[in-house]
Ligand binder design. Structure first.
Ligand code: FEO
Length: 408
């Protein structure tokens, strides 16, 4: 039995499962780890496509050695993306395989030098250029900002395999199963959306351009991303999801996020949610801003059509974790969504005004009434919240788009 896993003719997965990193990019929680997928193409020339995060170099090298056997080295290393979760092993690999040429593009060159002081043996590719490695030619396509400016993808037309790097990838280690027909895609699609919405989603217009470019490839048989499962059974499905997400095509449902110190503001969120439930809205995700990590909230907001924000005031301003969420949402440039607002205060206003200022920055279709509560919600306040829930539910009734995967 080998540790490397055959993907298709002459292509082996030599990546690693990382269960040790708690926070991806020191920001995003990894409750079930993450993979760094690296691929070895064993042809007349030997080609490694992307590497792994540096602490996992030994694992990668063991798998490479397993396939190459004694006496063979790496002829090429393709760097689709320079972020160190994929490029972390480049410098040491180059010292182990000094003859190895590094394949990238003009923007890769700059980052290779600034990260690793590597300037020699570079093969610079332009959009559509080919690299002959024996029985096949690899082709390179630039997909800038999916996720960094130098990002590109690699296409092997002979096996119809696309090495897509961050695109179509997600969180979650792969323990045993590697392919979409071997793992619970219900879970992984949620984690692919969490990766997309928090890391790539800001660059949705560039994702759209990349998808348009990839249409020129015709049938894609296998999508081999740098994180998460390899899509061989339903490669079209993940492209379709990515297409919808990057067009801000949202599903019928609502996310309710509340920030509440003593439970009073939570009661307003409860009233909105109950009204929506009575109106038949089944897809509702409820988040306590103090306890849900922002990456899960952003993911759910990306998915659903409606958002309700209910927040208390803190020191004359918006409750700090709610403020952090708004910063994330502004950064992601979200649009085409309904928004309902509830603010509360006791001795100084602040929350509702801050929520309104956020809403005025665009991308949101404000649904009323906007509710402001002093200290604890009374019957009139709760009736207004109820009306807000009903109004949002009414809007959602015209929406009929629903996907099948569930969110943890
Ligand atoms: Fe998985 Fe942008 O790195």
């Amino acid at each position: 039995m080998t540790q490397a896993i055959n993907v298709t003719r002459g292509i082996h997965w030599v990546g690693v499962n990382d269960h040790q990193t708690d926070l991806f990019e020191s920001l995003w929680p990894l409750p079930r780890g993450v993979t760094y997928n690296s691929y070895l193409i064993d042809d007349e020339k030997t080609v490694l496509v992307d590497t792994v995060k540096s602490p996992f170099m030994t694992d990668l090298l063991d798998k490479i050695r397993e396939i190459l056997g004694p006496g063979r080295g790496l002829d090429y290393l393709v760097i689709n993306h320079m972020e160190p979760d994929h490029s972390g092993a480049v410098k040491i690999l180059k010292s182990i395989f000094p003859e190895m040429k590094i394949v990238g593009n003009a923007k890769t060159k700059d980052l290779l030098e600034s990260f690793y002081s590597l300037t020699d043996d570079l093969v610079i590719m332009k959009d559509g250029d080919l690299l002959d490695i024996g029985s096949r030619k690899l082709q390179f396509f630039m997909v800038p900002m999916v996720h960094w400016p130098e990002t590109m993808v690699t296409w092997d037309a002979s096996t119809k395999t696309l090495f897509s790097c961050d695109a179509f990838g997600g969180f979650g280690a792969l323990d045993g199963g590697l392919f979409d027909d071997e793992v619970d895609m219900n879970y992984y699609e949620g984690e692919i959306l969490r990766y997309f919405s928090n890391i790539v989603g800001r660059y949705s217009p560039q994702v759209q351009k990349a998808i348009e470019k990839l249409k020129g490839l015709g049938d894609i048989g296998i999508i081999a991303p740098s994180h998460g499962p390899i899509h061989r059974k339903h490669p079209g499905r993940i492209i379709e999801l990515y297409d919808r997400w990057s067009r801000h095509e949202t599903e019928c449902g609502a996310v309710i996020v509340f920030g509440s110190m003593y439970g009073n503001t939570q009661k307003t969120a409860d009233a909105v949610a109950r009204a929506m439930a009575e109106e038949g809205i089944e897809n509702m995700v409820y988040h306590d801003i103090s306890r849900s990590h922002v990456s899960f909230i952003v993911r759910d907001i990306w998915r659903y059509k409606a958002l309700v924000l209910a927040s208390c005031t803190y020191n004359t301003m918006l409750f700090p974790p709610m403020n952090e969420l708004l910063d994330h949402l502004l950064n992601k440039k979200m649009k085409n969504r309904f928004l309902g607002l509830v603010g509360s205060y006791s001795w100084s206003k602040g929350a509702l005004e801050a929520l309104q200022a956020f809403a005025s920055k665009g991308g949101w279709d404000l649904i009323g009434p906007q509710v402001e509560v002093k200290s604890a919600p009374g019957p009139e306040d709760l009736a207004a919240c109820w009306q807000l829930g009903k109004n949002i539910a009414e809007k959602l009734k015209s929406c009929d788009y629903l996907e099948k995967f569930t969110l943890d």
